[in-house]
Design a protein around this ligand. Structure first.
Ligand code: AMP
Length: 427
């Protein structure tokens, strides 16, 4: 059997994909919208390595997180160093930020990233082992307006992509004091149910009880129905912060639902956390999420700087767009398809194609043309607008027969006007 792509990975193809969300021109469109929206909000792109020293994720994502405990692709390199493929983007951005001293002499720093991430999860629809995230991080601003801007940016990307019916779930996990108070309240609530909890939740009971709220185990979920809300443990400062985020979202007409069960899987969140879901996706319905993480940079050995960010999944955005029939730009198609017959014509067409391309025209040239019929079929398959069949006679006369493929109309155009003629038709 021929070799196939590894489990949980997929190819993104120009055509011939087994599912439409794997077509590359859709990806290019999304990436363009994401980059331009982030740029409109003042975020600049940062690109970090695909792999990092494992220790970065242990410290940055959290030793007790599912990601670090169960999902990382970790290996020893030939120098016996433990390396991991990045499972998310934030830890790497913070590492680069500290390594290159990007904070010095500047105010708030705003970055965005986009690229593949790797998690050893059970592959299913909407969940892959190599998947693609885009994300932003704003570093240095503790004001709730920064949280609101972050949410607004993710919301705006979804709006520009034409997505509808999305839900924004909003919560606050408070500051260190609120979390300590809630930790105790939650442990007190769970203690009588301890024996019925899942094994993972039992382990988390002491280490990180808030994580239990993230449990997907049906038994845990049932028990958690009566759990106290983290919102009732917020300190006055955390509460005021949360209220201001809400006021600002109201001000720019972004609808949200308070969902006190959202704590997000990672250890580093403080205060605001949020998630955006789409109902068309089934079980894996989260398009993206994030929040504030004021303690992370300090815990990585950096200065005590506040930060807020989010990450979204590109696969799920495309899948949602397709499910909702959101508009996509059409796949680019050639304006002119040159069909040379013979060596001399091939040379002439080669120059014509080059001249057209230099003027920004999409010109395709059939370098293997042997028969007119097959060439015309190929031109139709590419949905070219015009096709010029050029043989020695056309060259001798300096004229070409230009066919408009959709109307089958044919007109005579001087060879040296061919490109300009096509350009005029484009307008
Ligand atoms: P997370 O970093 O887990 O908060 O994920 C942020 C977003 O990335 C999620 O809302 C999903 O859209 C996407 N995502 C996370 N894990 C996967 C995965 N294994 N496959 C596809 N998308 C994912």
């Amino acid at each position: 059997m021929s070799i196939q792509s590894p489990k949980g990975t997929f190819d993104i193809l120009p055509y011939g994909a087994d599912e439409p969300w794997k077509l590359s021109h859709l990806w290019q469109y999304l990436e363009k919208i994401i980059c331009s929206t982030a740029s409109d909000y003042g975020y600049s792109e940062i690109r970090t390595p695909i792999y990092e020293r494992t220790e970065l994720f242990c410290r940055g994502v959290g030793d007790s997180s599912d990601i670090v405990m169960k999902e990382m692709f970790t290996f020893l390199d030939r120098g016996e160093r433990s390396i991991s493929l990045r499972p998310e983007g934030t830890a790497s951005v913070m590492r680069a930020f500290l390594e290159h001293k990007l904070a010095e002499g500047r105010g708030v720093q705003k970055f965005f990233y986009l690229g593949p991430m790797f998690r050893y999860e059970r592959p299913q629809s909407g969940r892959y082992r190599q998947f693609h995230q885009f994300g932003i991080e704003a570093i240095g601003c503790a004001h709730p307006a920064q949280d609101a801007e972050t949410i607004d940016l993710l919301w705006e990307i979804c709006r520009r992509l034409g997505l509808k019916g999305l839900k924004l779930h909003l919560n606050s996990v408070g500051d260190a004091g609120s979390r300590q108070a809630y930790r105790e309240a939650l442990q007190n609530f769970l203690r009588p149910h301890f024996e019925s909890l899942s094994q993972d939740s039992k382990t988390r009971f002491e280490k990180n009880p808030l994580r239990i709220l993230d449990s997907k185990d049906p038994g845990d979920k049932k028990i958690l129905e009566g759990a106290p809300s983290i919102l009732s443990s917020l300190s006055p400062d955390a509460k005021e912060h949360f209220d201001e985020v809400r006021r600002l979202l109201d001000q720019v007409a972004i609808p949200y639902e308070i969902n006190d069960r959202i704590v997000r899987g990672l250890d580093y969140y403080t205060k605001t956390v949020f998630e955006i879901t789409a109902d068309v996706l089934g079980a894996q319905n989260a398009l993206g999420g994030g929040g504030r993480f004021d303690g992370l940079i300090g815990s990585l050995g950096g200065p005590d700087l506040p930060a807020v960010g989010f990450a979204g999944g590109i696969e799920r955005l495309i899948q949602t767009m397709l499910a909702q029939n959101a508009p996509f730009p059409e796949q680019p198609r050639p304006l002119l398809y040159l069909l040379p017959l013979g060596e001399e014509a091939r040379r002439a067409c080669f120059s014509l194609a080059a001249a057209g391309r230099r003027k920004g025209v999409f010109v395709e040239i059939d370098l293997h043309a042997k028969k007119v019929g097959a060439g015309l079929q190929a031109a139709s398959k590419l949905q070219a607008r015009f096709c010029a069949i050029i043989g020695s006679e056309e060259i001798a006369k300096g004229l070409s027969q230009l066919k408009e493929l959709s109307t089958r109309q044919q007109i005579e155009v001087p060879l040296d006007r061919l490109i300009d003629f096509c350009l005029e038709q484009k307008k």
